[in-house]
Design a protein. Sequence first.
Lengths: 426, 313
Amino acid sequence: MSSNMQHNDSLLRFMTCGSVDDGKSTLIGRLLFDTKTILADTLTQISNTSKKRGMEAVDLSLLTDGLQAEREQGITIDVAYRYFSTGTRKYIIADAPGHEQYTRNMVTAASTANLAIILIDARRGVLTQTRRHSYLAHLVGIQHIIVAVNKMDLVNYDHAIYDKICADYLAFANEIGFAQARDIRFIPMSALNGDMLVDRLDAMPWYSGKTLLEMLEAAPAADVEVDAEFRFPVQYVCRPHASADADLHDFRGFMGRIESGDIAVGDAVTVLPNGYQSKVKAIQIGDLQLQSAQTEQSVTLLLEDEIDTSRGDMIVKSSSHVAPVKQIEAHVCWLSETPLSPARTYVIRHTTRESKAKVGTISYRVDVNTLEQQATTELKMNDIARITFKLAQPLMVDSYSKNRATGAFIVIDESTNNTVGAGMIV
Amino acid sequence: MTTKQTKHQPLSHLDWLEAEAIHILREVAGQCSNPVLLFSGGKDSLCILRLAEKAFRPGRFPFPLMHIDTGHNYQEVIDFRDQRAAELDERLIVRSVEDSMKRGTVVLKSLDEPRNKHQSVTLLEAIEEHGFDCCIGGARRDEEKARAKERIMSFRDEFGQWDPKNQRPELWNLYNARSHKGENIRAFPISNWTEMDVWQYIEREKLELPSIYFAHQRDVVMRGGAIVPINVPLMNGEVIMQPKNGEEVINMQVRFRTVGDITCTAPVISDADNVSKIVLETATTTITERGATRLDDQTSDASMEQRKKEGYF
């Protein structure tokens, strides 16, 4: 068995949307089990727990059982992260609860995912929650959607039922306008029996498409899809001027992660918000010298000129036009039990930069079930609204639909230091 | 259906994990005023040291290293810890559970009892003594189910407590490491790594490890289904882990998958005497890292969750 052997493979982050009733935990349990991620002692443990709870077969959904508080209530409260690998790819699953009162957790899980599996119970078809999950995946910019019609075993593997659900879903996706913009795929399955996840059993000969795992293997990794321009928020400046090595006294390295685009030695760059211009002299990862670097690499940039740059600045290509702004408009998901107060001052963290911020206007709140826009003056936990903020410091932003890294921000309440909001710039 | 143009090869999973970890370390350096890196000499923290080199060289690390020593550590690991800190020319702080015992803040029921959980007390004392606002650690989410929901930047209150029901939401890669005086953040740069990823990284980076990770001959007894090392000499000359009456001492070829307090870390039978053999063994093992080797996590379904609430790493 070499299921965990992996070299030079890529990485895919995806999320699962659905409730316990849709078989979400069973689906994840199955993926982990069928890819041999679950080891014998864990299996023994859940087998014992299954027996303790009076179940006859091993309940694979127990694999995703997390905290004591959750077990007591039999629900998932928080986002959990799971890992498996196939030999060609490493996967990170963000497992989020699907109920309406956990919208904020879904948004959290979606924020790092490049693909979402939306589960539908074949007996029940497209429901309000399906619409909510799809809207949230859309809002948070997930490009690839797999609609998994689960529990086919409970509808006699009826092809017509599957076709009807697919048609219903597409009609709804067209209605909210994301069918054109997203890569949407459908699959019938029985997570309980392990049919069409990793293995293809013989119950659905009418389905000749890919299994779930084949779809996951073929989905593009996030870092090859970002076609946005070069954005390099400076995290940290390395100046070892006190070093014993005299050669290092003038060393000035700008350290950060390339959030989008690519960069090569010799490229003309501009440091924002001040607008200083220079050229890239060197690109390093540790001791390694690179000629060029790409999205999601953490590197150190050395520039030709001595420029006064610090954390929070952003390096872009000089050919790129980014105007620092002091007002932003965004879709904001409120995460805190304390409602948004238009009277208060918050801190917005955008890339490596922070600014004080006050609410300008709240245009509307979105009902996540009907997608209806409603007038409102306040924002409670799990609400999603379109808001403008006035900023004390300029930020270098892109629209979220163009660039997830430079279009996103979090809102921090300075009194508690809690993260209270998540914003996606329009 | 649209798929954006592919411009370049995707990063390999190790390159991606490395880039993420470097980003997290630099966020700690950028956001926190007095962080510290917890370093035990174990494989996970050795990976973090390599990541810190890639994150901050040619500069110095913007944090000291600290080890919370239970007093029940293998001599090889302690020697290795000191050697590595010296090679890096970084400051190493050692605080010991035995000092907390002398102060009376740690009270043991018996001298032999596992001291892992008592590390929390010594850690909190060290945090207070130095005024650390962030501790960087090598915990991974795949280790244990209570860890699967841990944030990368995890908030702890004045008592070092983790409140699983009241964690800060963590979105995109926008980490919030803010804290008030007395509170602190635990930062986990290799949260998204599995045991396999760690070994593959060690192999790729040619990292040196303490010898007890590799197959060696050792006197052990079988106790309650676990392999228990016996007659282990400590730094102070004391020998702990005596066999009980009637137990048969066997000399076996074993290695440690994880390195911790001697009294609660069991070795596994293995002939893997180099890193590539360990990678192969990790790929084919049927037992989880903690399941095989930790004698203290199996008492209840929630024992890790409980200890984390009390300030454990």
